[in-house]
Design a protein around this ligand. Structure first.
Ligand SMILES: *[C@@H]1O[C@H](CO)[C@@H](O)[C@H](O)[C@H]1NC(C)=O
Ligand SMILES: *[C@@H]1O[C@H](CO)[C@@H](O)[C@H](O)[C@H]1NC(C)=O
Ligand SMILES: *[C@@H]1O[C@H](CO)[C@@H](O)[C@H](O)[C@H]1NC(C)=O
Length: 507
């Protein structure tokens, strides 16, 4: 492609990305992006009608995870022996996505290393379709089918030549590469064991028919991680719709901790458009690092939970594990083949290991008189047998109303062990006059005269990772100072008994 074209494309894409982020910040309508790719289509629409080889298959070695030293050439069985292909082992085909640089990104080596770390005798084959992938996005997207078909022929040939069971083949595709894997699986004569889609690309695939994108039909088991699905339908860098048997949306599939789009905006102000790529890449590529994490940190596997919506998940309402409602994120996921398009959610840390511990807190706020809805700031500290996690914000998803049980999701980065005690703090935020706040504070929790007081007697907790359910009661119902934290300790579930009779345990 001519240099000026590449430059125009680069400008358009970056420009669109900036608009995209700006809109996130301003919460403007999404409509301005709808035309994002159209000018590109007009500028560059052309078909590639040669049928030259579009993919190369490099069998990497554990000793040289970053070097392409040996290519397996379909039709040449001797290349299998030359590359010491082990036909009784698992075979991974790693498929990259769109690229501006025309080179493998640095995650490729990390992923190859992680795969060999977990499966020492495996064949880790890097599929190189860089020549097509470094075109502009629309053209590269059009190429995914042809590349997938070529991989399918490679798989057919491997099966015929080595008699290896296709159950042993696992395709791992990132971004556009996820759809390439889908086409490969779909066009292979027999079904491959598994396809993992790492933030499959959205533009040109969202809403498409199952045969024109990655779908559960493409392998016996298709699992997908969605990490950057912000934007209007049809224009999100990562595809929003579920496209596998199990689709996991870490952090709701949008902003990933540690990626900092807001920071990127500030950088743009200082350093121009090029700063944006880092943030976008960080969110999109997080899918790869979550998968690498699952390979390297088997003992610290993250859990994801099936949920009807991200909003319900954020209220802590989906931490159950019965009937395969929860699963392991990444490599060790359980293959629940009966289901398809199961949407699961998880929260993560900002860096490896990404796993966090999820808790549901159910808190009943009671009062003798109806109070107007409130938006306090709620803070919780957890004390466990192994560690403590202090001053965690309980995120309100709705206003607090009288005599209602509210459910919250709380996460800790470290394993606190078994939960023994918790402290709870209510602070009024804006919207209250000083006098009403003082009244509120002085009456809050006091068991006496002021009829306006709001009370919390117990907090019910479910721990996602251990599936334990616990009830915590106010430790000292008589000595309340509402300007301070209130301590809760484990109690038997005596919902109907007078709370004053609850034993005051020392922790
Ligand atoms: C493309 O492949 C087909 C069938 O494999 C062949 O008949 C045709 O000549 C090829 N075209 C080119 C341009 O190589
Ligand atoms: C091939 O892989 C199998 C296990 O999958 C292993 O037992 C065997 O030692 C490997 N062969 C070679 C030559 O590495
Ligand atoms: C809330 O529930 C308590 C106990 O059931 C009851 O005494 C109180 O009147 C209720 N408050 C309102 C405002 O309905």
């Amino acid at each position: 492609m001519k240099t000026w074209r590449v430059q125009i494309l680069y400008f358009l894409v970056l420009n669109a990305a900036v608009q995209y982020v700006t809109s996130l910040e301003n919460e403007l309508s999404d409509s301005i992006f709808d035309d994002f790719l159209d000018p590109l289509k007009d500028l560059f629409h052309h078909k590639d009608d040669s049928n030259e080889t579009v993919a190369k298959f490099s069998l990497r070695k554990p000793s040289h995870p970053d070097d392409d030293l040996c290519y397996i050439i379909p039709g040449k069985p001797e290349s299998l022996a030359a590359c010491t292909f082990n036909s009784t082992s698992k075979t991974f085909l790693v498929i990259h996505g769109w690229t501006l640089s025309g080179m493998f990104e640095s995650w490729m080596t990390e992923l190859v290393e992680a795969l060999y770390d977990r499966e020492q005798t495996a064949n880790v084959i890097v599929v190189d379709w860089l020549a097509s992938a470094q075109n502009h996005y629309v053209f590269a997207a059009q190429k995914t089918k042809a590349v997938g078909q070529e991989i399918a022929r490679f798989i057919d040939w491997l099966e015929e030549t080595t008699n290896m069971p296709l159950e042993n083949i696992h395709l791992i595709g990132y971004s556009l590469g996820a759809h390439v894997a889908g086409f490969a699986g779909n066009h292979a004569t027999n079904k491959v064991g598994r396809i993992t889609g790492l933030d499959p690309a959205g533009p040109d695939f969202e809403g498409e028919h199952a045969h024109k994108r990655l779908s559960p039909d493409d392998a016996y088991f298709v699992d997908v991680l969605h990490t950057f699905t912000r934007g209007s339908l049809g224009l999100s860098i990562g595809i929003q719709q579920p496209v596998g048997h199990v689709d996991i949306y870490p952090n709701g599939g949008s902003f990933q901790p540690g990626c900092n789009l807001r920071g990127a905006l500030e950088k743009i102000a200082n350093f121009g458009l090029f700063a944006i790529t880092d943030a976008v890449k960080c969110e999109h590529e997080r899918s790869v690092h979550l998968f690498i994490d699952s390979l390297l940190n088997k003992e610290e596997a993250a859990k994801a939970y099936r949920c009807g919506s991200n909003d319900m998940f954020n209220r802590g309402m989906c931490l159950g594990c019965r009937k395969s409602r929860c699963n392991t994120v990444g490599y060790d996921i359980s293959k629940v083949r009966k289901a398809r398009n199961v949407q699961m959610y998880t929260k993560t840390r900002a860096s490896m290991p990404f796993r966090v511990y999820h808790y549901q807190l159910k808190i009943h706020f009671s009062s003798k008189v109806t109070r107007s809805e409130m938006e306090p700031s709620l803070t919780v500290s957890l004390y466990g047998t192994k560690a403590e996690a202090e001053n965690l914000e309980l995120k309100l998803k709705e206003k607090i109303s009288t005599n209602k049980t509210h459910s919250f999701l709380l996460v800790t980065e470290k394993d606190i062990g078994e939960l023994l005690m918790l402290k709870f703090k209510w602070e009024e935020t804006n919207g209250w006059s000083t006098s009403s706040m003082l009244k509120m504070v002085s009456s809050w929790w006091s068991g006496d005269s002021d009829s306006a007081n709001m009370e919390v007697h117990k907090i019910r907790i479910r721990a996602g990772e251990t599936q334990k359910k616990m009830v915590f009661c106010v430790r000292d119902p008589d000595a309340q100072s509402l300007t301070q934290e209130v301590t809760f300790v484990k109690c038997k579930d005596l919902w109907r008994t007078n709370q004053k009779r609850v034993i005051l345990k020392d922790h």
